[in-house]
Design a binder for this molecule. Structure first.
Ligand code: SF4
Length: 372
């Protein structure tokens, strides 16, 4: 089975205030057991032919170099990625100490996704990040010295109290570092985070919606001017550097997730691993499959997912791909809604497929809901 392979490393130095990901504080002993469990899970999931590999978290680079080497060698042994397969590792600029990127490159890593988030020291502090702006620059220099030719930077906008001018400065700093890829995430406050509590008691508020839209539109224009094409609502790349792993998700392709809480999808089968790190380790130490839930999606659910994800891509999706996935003609099933959205300026419909216009991007959730 061809699929994007994802490995979840659920450890971080400390929890960022906005973070709702499955992550816990790093503990050397627990992390050692986790890496062994991950290898056991690789043993169970043989037979996947990786279209891409992504090691994310959490903070993979909180692990010692030796553990990263063991994981990458395990991937090589169990999944044998073809030469040139995109292999990404997420890097926190505050955890570069013991990592030898030239060695990681020698064992397959060819793309790094760097969680920069902001270049403003006060904003980084308020987010609870463990690094300042200087460490982001040092990280990019270190990666370039190791001849990593594909670097992605993640940024967050619409931070509490942030004004457009501060966001524009962060964006300029990011462009100056000349990464191949830039992702922009508008902050949303999730339940269970420190920010959620702070918002409830009135300690923080997000900028008004029109400021958020202004920040996004500024970034789209500035990035396109700087040579970064928008290929997904939040993702921009220099030509040829689009993230293949994420494109597979947005194209509703199959993926296999390994690690605590990781999700998998193969055709209409959706599965999720147990999310607790101790439970995950325990199951694999005892020869059990860490899968917690498994469900068979209906055609309707899969169509919904295909439309929702496909419309995130700038090129949208083709009628041919819809037919290949569902054996049906998209316009026969959804034509009236597609035409209504097109007439209202939210979508562009052509003989081959559909995509969102910029007006549609700004109202993407509402547009997608119209189809269901
Ligand atoms: S480094 Fe990433 S995963 Fe870890 S707490 Fe911060 S946002 Fe969450």
């Amino acid at each position: 089975m061809k699929a994007g392979l994802y490995f979840h490393i659920p450890f971080c130095i400390r929890k960022c205030r906005y973070c709702s990901f499955n992550s816990i504080p790093y503990d050397k002993e627990l992390a050692g057991k986790y890496v062994s469990a991950l290898l056991n899970e690789m043993n169970l999931r043989g037979g996947v032919e990786p279209s891409s590999v992504y090691i994310g978290g959490g903070t993979p680079t909180v692990l010692p170099m030796e553990s990263l080497r063991i994981i990458l060698e395990g991937i090589e042994k169990h999944f044998n990625p073809a030469a040139g397969t995109e292999i990404t590792i997420e890097v926190n600029p505050g955890t570069l100490g013991g990592i030898d990127f030239a060695a990681l490159k020698a064992i397959g890593v060819n793309r790094v996704s760097l969680g920069a988030q902001s270049f403003n020291p006060k904003e980084l502090l308020a987010l609870g990040r463990i690094h300042g702006p200087g460490e982001i620059t040092r990280a990019v220099n270190t990666l370039r010295e190791a001849v990593i030719a594909n670097i992605g930077l993640d940024l967050i906008y619409s931070l509490p109290g942030q004004e457009a001018v501060q966001w524009e400065k962060s964006l300029e700093e990011a462009i100056k570092l000349s990464p191949e890829h830039i992702s922009l995430y508008g902050l949303s406050i999730e339940e269970g985070t420190e920010f959620h509590v702070m918002e409830k008691v009135g300690r923080i508020t997000l900028p008004p919606e029109d400021t958020q839209v202004e920040m996004y539109l500024y970034a789209v224009n500035r990035l396109e001017e700087a040579g970064y094409g928008r290929y997904e609502i939040s993702n921009f790349a220099r030509p040829g550097y689009e993230c293949l792993h994420n494109l597979n998700y947005w194209s509703a392709g199959d993926f296999a997730g390994l690690g605590a809480g990781a999700h998998s999808r193969a055709g209409n089968r959706a599965a999720r691993n147990v999310s607790g790190v101790n439970e995950y380790i325990w199951k694999l130490e005892n020869g059990e499959d860490p899968c917690a839930t498994e469900e068979i999606l209906s055609d309707r659910e899969r169509e919904r997912e295909f439309i929702m994800l496909g419309l995130r891509k700038r090129r949208g999706f083709s009628f041919e791909d819809f037919r290949a996935g569902f054996g049906a003609d998209f316009m026969s099933k959804y034509g009236p809604t597609a035409m209504k959205m097109t007439d209202a300026g939210y979508m562009s419909t052509n003989p081959g497929g559909v995509c969102l216009t910029m007006k549609g991007v700004l109202a993407s959730n509402r547009v997608i809901m119209e189809f269901f």
